[in-house]
Ligand binder design. Structure first.
Ligand code: UD1
Length: 457
């Protein structure tokens, strides 16, 4: 394996509203990329740290705006949070309020999941409803119904979800069936059940690796959770949890994004550390498209330049199905595949907005309902584009890497939310990409339109 180049200081890039990414496409990538810790694990493990009154020493935490925001949510609750490099120390011995701040929760949906840990710890929690976002309505009914099944009184008033355990007691173990295997609801309820009285069984639970990571984190603090990663999770409540030193799993979506970066630029790159088992549907689809992927070591993947990319059919599904978070990057890749591809987004109702921006780069995509019909074209050509959400933004950057000429990408705040220094990692692989401060007319985007208003997902 090539030695990986180290990343610059663990600081978020200063963010001017007018910053854009300039991408000069058509260049191959080469070398090794270091994959960061999983965003979706980090956020929910930070919420899980509220369950424990001791010290939580959390390693491999990615440098993301979302992690910073989650830290602000915890600080607003009176929790001590400090970061050094990729290590986060959290001490929630003294939670001073059960009310999370509206401005932060509405920007970061995952912070709502902390309702489970706050309620379990304090017997009361007030969480602003996270609201919808750029990719769909995203209700929290399954979280609420599960907490009610555990004995909580929950009322939603004035946009706040007020929950408390009657008579100042503990939540009670319950048998909960989720109508749909929601990742967030599974995590909220698993955290709540950790300190409940008796046994909780969650049926039709989400099986995502990040759910198992949260369970492993809680178990390392003394929780008794079995079956996380399968569709039935059993949690035997314990009275309290203890201090922990824990390392977060590698980000499978960041890994998938770099695999697509390699595939779309016909490059030979190495990625580590990774957990190939977490990427089974992604690797299978890439191979079907004609991309060669080799397991160089148990935690290292190598992608080789593909001769021809072939069209395919993709349907997003809960894990272990094809991840909705990889749908946009794959759409970028399929714009250059030979033949007609079909992509059906079945998890979120409004997650194909990147199609029209990809068409600005010369792609041929038609969208009907939740299905995109992608007719492969021989090449893309650089243009100004705007990201509408996190993964849509990644897709546009990937397309820009393959397009002839210059692509100007607007929407860096989306990328910085969920990718750890994506532009720098791509630069280290030889991509011609740079962050520049664009002088622009306020309220007008680089392609002349008014910027869309979006909320974090
Ligand atoms: C998590 C991930 C997100 C990923 C998504 C699906 C985090 C922080 N975010 O989001 O990156 O795209 O899983 O893999 O982990 N639903 C309900 N009622 C509920 C909850 C969800 O109807 O109470 C529906 C949603 O509208 C959606 C589906 O269930 O259609 C799946 O959503 P869910 O798994 O809950 O996504 P999140 O946990 O929000």
């Amino acid at each position: 394996m090539n030695p990986s180049t180290s990343l610059p200081d663990a600081k978020l890039a200063p963010q001017a509203d007018s910053s854009v990414l300039q991408i000069f496409g058509g260049h191959r990538l080469h070398g090794h990329v270091k994959i960061s810790g999983a965003k979706n694990s980090a956020l929910v493990i930070m919420a899980g740290a509220l369950l424990c009154s001791g010290d939580c020493h959390i390693r491999n935490v990615p440098l993301l705006a979302d992690v910073e925001k989650m830290g602000q949510v915890l600080s607003a609750l009176g929790v001590k949070v400090s970061r050094q490099g990729d290590i986060l120390d959290i001490n929630a011995s003294n939670i001073t309020t059960s009310k999370a701040p509206y401005e932060l929760v509405t920007q970061l949906r995952a912070s709502f999941f902390a309702i489970g840990s706050i309620l379990a710890r304090l017997g009361v929690a007030q969480m602003p409803l996270p609201g919808g976002c750029a990719i769909g309505a995203r209700p929290v009914d399954l979280h609420v119904r599960g907490l009610q099944a555990m004995g909580a009184e929950v009322q939603i008033e004035h946009g706040i979800c007020n929950a408390y355990v009657p008579n100042g007691g503990r939540l009670k173990g319950a048998k909960i069936y989720l109508d749909t295997p929601s990742v967030g609801a599974t995590e909220t309820l698993m955290m709540a059940a950790t300190l409940a009285d008796g046994e909780t069984i969650i049926e039709n639970a989400a099986r995502e690796p990040e759910v198992a990571d949260l369970a492993n984190f809680c178990n390392a603090m003394g929780a008794k959770i079995h079956g996380a990663g399968s569709s039935v999770i059993t949690i035997e409540g314990v009275p309290q949890l203890h201090s922990v030193d824990y390392s977060i799993i590698p980000d499978r979506i960041e890994t998938g994004t770099f695999l697509v970066a390699g595939a779309i630029t016909r490059s030979d790159i190495l990625l580590s550390p990774v957990v190939p088992d977490h990427l089974i549907p992604v690797i299978a689809k890439l191979r079907e498209i004609g991309v060669q992927i080799i397991e160089e070591a148990p935690d290292c993947l190598r992608i080789l330049p593909a001769e021809t990319l072939k069209a395919t059919y993709i349907e997003t599904l809960p894990h272990p199905g094809f991840p909705t978070d990889m749908q946009a990057p794959f759409m970028a890749l399929l714009t250059l595949a030979e033949g007609d591809s079909i992509i059906n987004e079945s998890v979120f109702e409004n997650r194909l907005r990147h199609a029209s921006e990809l068409n600005r780069l010369g792609a041929d995509i038609r969208v009907k309902g939740n299905t995109a019909f992608v007719r492969g074209v021989p090449n893309l050509s650089g243009a100004p584009v705007i990201g509408t959400d996190l993964r849509a933004s990644a897709a546009l950057v990937l397309a820009g890497l393959a397009a002839d000429g210059q692509t100007t990408f607007q929407g860096l705040h989306h990328l910085d939310r969920g990718y750890d220094r994506l532009d720098i990692k791509l630069q280290q692989l030889g991509a011609k990409i740079k962050r520049v401060n664009e002088v622009s007319t306020p309220g007008v985007t680089s392609n002349g339109s008014t910027p869309p208003v979006t909320i974090a997902n």
